[in-house]
Design a protein around this ligand. Structure first.
Ligand code: XLS
Ligand code: NI
Ligand code: NI
Length: 440
């Protein structure tokens, strides 16, 4: 038998149902169980985030690595990358997860020269391709890390130095080719350093124009190589930059419309980024979905007491339920999925913690899916919502919306009808109904 990196974990994590006490078993996620017209696996399309799960070492701003991994011991960076890939595929298979996501720099090490970096990536992608073929595990998305290298400290596409943009462009070009080579279903742009620290040195208008141009070049290259995946932008308000241009879903959509890029992108909504922007996860999903632009999800959670991206695994069934209602309402995520952009805590030093973390996240979303499906089937809230707006379905309301009347017509109508009958908003009743589904 070849080397194993998770010797204490059985070959598969079984589904044992909600009464199981086995911490290494699913309580709700039963991949082949049908929920409506699809299986759970088809609905949820779970993905492992390579950077956190395979490379996370527990380091934070107050201390270095706290977690040692057996697959990160080799002294040669390429050997380390290969062992990490072996460990990753063992992890995916044991967990029974169908997808993964990576940055160019987490799957393959950066070389001393640009050419060496490109070669490293190509070598590792070749091996990853074979592993995907052998296991059936697929790539949800690839991306380029345009934030770790010090050359990006003043931005990547938005850098004032054109040669820095060229380095970023080189990474995107190669990461796109790698994603295509692996049959990746999406490609993500997260602009961690596409923003600014001080307006004293920043031409904001120019930087936004540069960013649009950067995206346009990526769109052109995508067409050129015939990459069929979906392009996604992942909004986040801050961190590492003080102010990031892709602040939230609404801002990003406005940017895409302004620069005529809207047809080429959808959004990847991350729960923790939503809360950092002062929104709820559901709000960001709803804004993206209303625009027909909800493409994929980075499934994690923040801590409301901490003002940074804590990237914790999702466990809150309220949140997963509300998220799944929005996802079901739009007919699923299409090529997108639920990527666990989440890391175990600094003190969770054992490899089995990676399993507990993902099992918890998968169960929380499976449970959310089941509840959301019932809510949708029984039209619990949709009936109430339809009733709430019914004055716009016929009569004067319908005329307003079809553009047939203007302010003077409305004045005449208001004078004639007098005071409106007001209906109760019923928020408390609706919250109780939601609870009755969650605690069924
Ligand atoms: C960081 C982001 C990052 C993206 C991929 O906050 O969530 O991990 O998902 O670059
Ligand atoms: Ni993310
Ligand atoms: Ni994040």
């Amino acid at each position: 038998m070849s080397k194993t990196y998770f010797p204490n974990i059985p070959t598969t994590i079984p589904f044992e149902g909600k009464n199981s006490k086995n911490p290494l078993a699913f309580k709700y996620y039963d991949r082949d169980q049908r929920v409506g017209s699809k299986t759970m696996a088809e609905h949820l399309r779970f993905s492992v985030a390579y950077w956190h799960t395979m490379l996370g070492n527990g380091a934070d701003r107050f201390g270095g690595p706290s977690i040692e991994r057996t697959w990160r011991q080799a002294s040669d960076p390429m050997d380390r990358a290969k062992e990490t890939l072996d460990a990753a595929f063992e992890f995916f298979q044991k967990l029974g997860i169908d997808y993964y996501c990576f940055h160019d720099r987490d799957i393959a090490p950066e070389g001393v020269t640009v050419t060496e970096s490109i070669r490293n990536l190509q070598t590792i992608i070749g091996i990853a391709k074979q592993k995907q073929k052998a296991t059936g595990v697929k790539l949800l998305w690839g991306t380029a890390n345009l934030f770790s290298n010090p050359i990006y400290s003043q931005g990547a596409g938005t850098n004032p130095n054109a040669l820095v943009m060229a380095h970023a462009a080189t990474q995107v070009k190669n990461a796109l080719e790698a994603t295509k080579e692996l049959g990746g279903e999406n490609y993500v742009f997260w602009g961690g350093r596409e923003g600014y620290e001080t307006l004293l040195s920043t031409d904001l208008k120019r930087e936004q124009e540069q960013m649009a141009r950067f995206f346009q070049m990526a769109v052109d290259y995508k067409k050129k190589i015939g990459f069929k995946g979906q392009f996604l932008i992942e909004p986040k308000p801050a961190e590492p930059s003080k102010h990031q241009y892709d602040t939230d879903a609404a801002t990003t959509l406005a940017f895409l419309r302004e620069f005529d890029l809207i047809d080429d992108f959808k959004l990847n909504i991350e729960a923790n980024h939503a809360t950092l922007a002062g929104h709820t996860f559901e709000h960001e999903l709803a804004v993206a979905s209303a625009a027909g632009k909800l493409g994929s999800v980075d499934a994690n959670r923040g801590d409301l007491l901490l003002g940074w991206d804590t990237d914790q695994f999702p466990t809150d069934v309220y949140s997963t339920t509300l998220a799944m209602v929005i996802i079901l309402k739009q007919g699923g995520l299409g090529k997108g999925g639920l990527n666990f952009d989440a890391k175990v805590r600094r003190s969770s030093i054992d490899p089995s913690d990676l399993f507990y973390a993902h099992i918890g996240g998968m169960d929380a979303f499976a449970r959310g899916l089941l509840i959301a499906h019932e809510i949708m089937e029984e039209k619990v809230f949709s009936k109430f919502v339809a009733e709430r707006y019914k004055s716009f379905d016929s009569g004067m309301g319908a005329k307003i919306m079809s553009g047939k009347v203007g302010l003077s017509d409305l004045e005449k109508w208001a004078v004639k009808e007098g005071a409106p009958d007001l209906a109760s908003g019923r928020q408390e009743m609706l919250e109780n109904i939601l609870n009755s589904y969650i605690f069924r």
